[in-house]
Design a protein around this ligand. Structure first.
Ligand SMILES: [Zn+2]
Length: 427
């Protein structure tokens, strides 16, 4: 390792440290940063001896965690109810400006690694270029580029339309050549008008072509699936991450957890990104309406409970649940990753496991766990300090005291980082 001068070193200490290394919560520990890397994680008493000249940045009754990793968002979408179709006439420049504001909102809530799982050609890549140029401040980005979809399929206005295995290969290669970090495939239709969320969009052959290309590039493949048949097919064709993973039959009837899918998931070692919060993001809006449609609201709440129960069971069975909020989509504004974490906790997953979903597991699903996701020597110096004990109740993550990205402050009080507005709770 390069020699680091004391000038580039920092020592941050708190009452509690959640490293995400599976050792539980450490009391009165220090994280020593050397430039952009984590240099040491050790008890305060040892740090006093080993680093006697280093000033201590101490946080009493607070918890230090790894910077949060949100494995699913759409940075160029507004999250105010406008759709992919609505954005069809909006220029790339406007989408880029929106994305810049969105990622800044995510960073100030402690998200230091953020995946964009789908945008119009070029926009997300331009955003990353702008971050590298220092024009925008935001988290590290993990990008899908254009997701692959069928003709007039889910999110077709983004441009990733493929008709057969050969076109799937061409699209995948072009996205990886442009700098994509993963491949996203729309395994079923979705919210895009005219698409069918309850049936697979692609044959086995086309899906296999996709995962072969991802494997050849050494990158993970993500499948958007909102139908039981599509979930099974995606796992069988070697996708690494199931996105949404809702169990609908061909008639569109939501069922409980599909046991066969659960078995396949365990057998193939897939990650599961349930996007629980976005599923209820429309409820507050419906409730605020002048004449709220009580029946619709109750139906939505019931569906949510059923989905949450399925996610809890998957977790119990040992399927790694990864936190990706899908923010930007629907009525889910940026800066609200906490809502997904709270939803996972509410589903019955223990708080420390929810924190793992939003740090190390999420990083592993994205294929970036060597760099981020836990507080370990040699990893990037990305961390967040919050007041309280998020390992007891994740809502403590709403009380961010400090965000550090690559060893540098990126906190609410820093220039360019106004105090985040209150994020509405969705019940
Ligand atoms: Zn999405």
């Amino acid at each position: 390792m390069m020699k680091i001068s004391e000038r580039e070193m920092r020592r941050i200490s708190a009452t509690h440290v959640f490293t995400a290394r599976g050792e539980g919560v450490l009391a009165d520990h220090s994280i020593v940063l050397g430039g952009a890397q984590i240099l040491d994680v050790l008890p305060d008493t040892e740090a006093e001896i080993k680093y006697p000249d280093l000033a201590i940045e101490r946080y009493e009754d607070c918890t230090i965690l790894p910077g949060l990793v949100n494995c699913h968002s759409h940075t160029s979408m507004p999250g105010d109810g406008r759709t992919v179709e609505d954005a069809a006439g909006v220029s790339d420049g406007v989408l880029l400006l929106r994305a810049a504001n969105n990622v800044r909102a995510a960073l100030r809530t402690g998200v230091t690694t953020l995946a964009d799982l789908g945008a119009r050609a070029g926009v997300a890549f331009a955003l990353r270029d702008a971050l590298a140029e220092g024009e925008v401040m935001g988290p590290r980005l993990v990008l899908a580029g254009m997701p692959a979809t069928s003709r007039m399929g889910h999110c077709w206005p983004w441009g990733g339309v493929v008709r057969d295995a050969s076109e799937m290969r061409t699209l995948a290669r072009s996205q990886f050549a442009r700098g994509a970090d993963l491949l996203k495939v729309m395994g079923t239709g979705g919210g895009t008008v005219g698409t069918d969320p309850f049936r697979p969009q692609f044959s086995r052959e086309v899906l296999e072509a996709a995962t072969q290309e991802a494997r050849a590039a050494g990158r993970p493949a993500f499948a958007h699936c909102s139908a039981t048949d599509a979930v099974r097919l995606a796992i069988e064709t070697a996708f690494d991450v199931i996105v949404h993973g809702t169990f609908h039959n061909e008639e569109g009837v939501l069922t409980g957890l599909d046991d066969r899918s659960a078995d396949l998931a365990l057998e193939h070692g897939v990650y599961w990104n349930p996007t629980l919060a976005v599923a209820r993001s429309s409820i507050p809006q419906l409730e605020r309406a002048e004449n709220p449609d009580r029946e619709l609201i109750e139906r939505k709440k019931k569906i949510w409970k059923e989905r949450a129960e399925g996610v809890r069971r998957l977790h119990e069975l040992g399927v790694p649940i990864v936190a990706g909020s899908d923010e930007g989509w629907g009525s889910y504004r940026f800066g609200g990753f906490i809502l997904e974490l709270e939803a996972l906790e509410e589903s019955g997953i223990p708080s420390p496991d929810v924190l793992l979903s939003g740090t190390l597991n999420s990083a592993a699903a994205l294929g970036v766990e060597e760099m981020v996701g836990s507080l370990e020597c040699g990893k990037r110096a990305d961390l967040v300090v919050v007041e309280g004990r998020p390992f007891r109740e994740v809502s403590a993550l709403r009380r961010v005291q400090k965000v550090i990205l690559g060893g540098r402050d990126a906190s609410p009080g820093e220039p360019g980082f106004p105090v985040p507005s209150f994020v509405e709770r969705w019940v």
